[in-house]
Write a protein that binds this ligand. Structure first.
Ligand code: DGT
Ligand code: MG
Ligand code: MG
Length: 239
């Protein structure tokens, strides 16, 4: 069949294939979730249900995309690790990132009511997405450590900040108390002033959530274990 005279426009499309034989990490992050969490009255600093909803979205994304071997989430973000030999969409960056982000987002809206039955979703949330390629296993491990350290630093600060605010300080006063303090001082502040042992707070708040794909002997099921504390275990049927 003769080509249409418009076919040439395809030549303007960019080849965005990702490098072969590299770990692909796709990170999705809530857009403007500072405002979103305020508008929807999320518990500060950690809303258990909001975090569980994020975990559910990630689990469903993992169920759909079998090349994802591990996912790590904290706050309003989730990182998905695709195996090195992944050939999904011929490793085209925009296809991979856009489908994972859109599936995550649609799951967030689709499952909202299950986690917040008494809360109306006031406006459509959105997430951004990016991909990073890591050739080396150590780089990948350091990436995950980086996100987990971010979780720890933010959570320790936020736990102190909201304890101070809930005790009657203004937000500016709380900021002033915490300015320049190191980890040990924040731990001490929580213990001495609020009788909070930081290390006893739920692991999901302090360290985030991990979902790993683990094949088990049962022929019918893949078993996914969400580790870092026994948060929950989910089964999904094999194809
Ligand atoms: P962005 O990502 O540049 O569009 O901007 P944001 O506002 O999403 O900022 P980001 O991603 O750096 O920080 C996440 C925000 O989400 C942060 O303000 C705290 C909020 N957030 C996440 N999880 C929770 C939660 O469980 N409870 C509450 N109260 N807030 C949360
Ligand atoms: Mg965000
Ligand atoms: Mg974020």
């Amino acid at each position: 069949m003769a080509k249409s005279k418009y076919e040439y426009v395809k030549k303007f499309e960019r080849n965005d294939s990702l490098l072969p034989n590299t770990w692909l990490v796709i990170r999705v992050d809530g857009r403007g979730f500072h405002k979103f969490s305020d508008k929807h009255g999320f518990v500060k600093p950690n809303d258990q249900k909001a975090l569980e909803l994020m975990n559910k979205c990630a689990e469903n994304v993992m169920n759909d995309f079998r090349d994802i071997v591990l996912a790590y989430g904290q706050s309003d973000e989730y990182s998905f690790v695709l195996k090195k030999e992944c050939s999904l969409y011929d490793r085209r960056e925009t296809k991979i990132v856009s489908t994972i982000v859109s599936l995550f987002t649609s799951n967030y809206v689709f499952n909202w009511n299950k986690y917040f039955p008494d809360k109306e979703l006031l406006y459509p949330p959105s997430f951004d997405g990016r991909v990073v390629q890591y050739p080396d296993d150590n780089n990948l491990r350091d990436y995950l450590s980086w996100r987990q350290t971010d979780c720890h630093i933010n959570n320790l600060y936020n736990t102190c900040f909201w304890a101070l605010v809930h005790s009657g300080k203004t937000e500016t006063e709380a900021e002033n108390v915490l300015r320049g303090t190191v980890s040990s001082e924040k731990n001490e502040l929580l213990y001495s002033q609020f009788n909070i042992n930081y290390n006893k707070l739920p692991e999901m708040y302090r360290k985030g959530s991990v979902i790993i794909r683990q094949e088990v002997s049962n022929l019918k099921y893949h078993l996914y274990v969400i580790s870092l504390g026994t948060l929950y275990t989910a089964h999904s049927r094999k194809d």
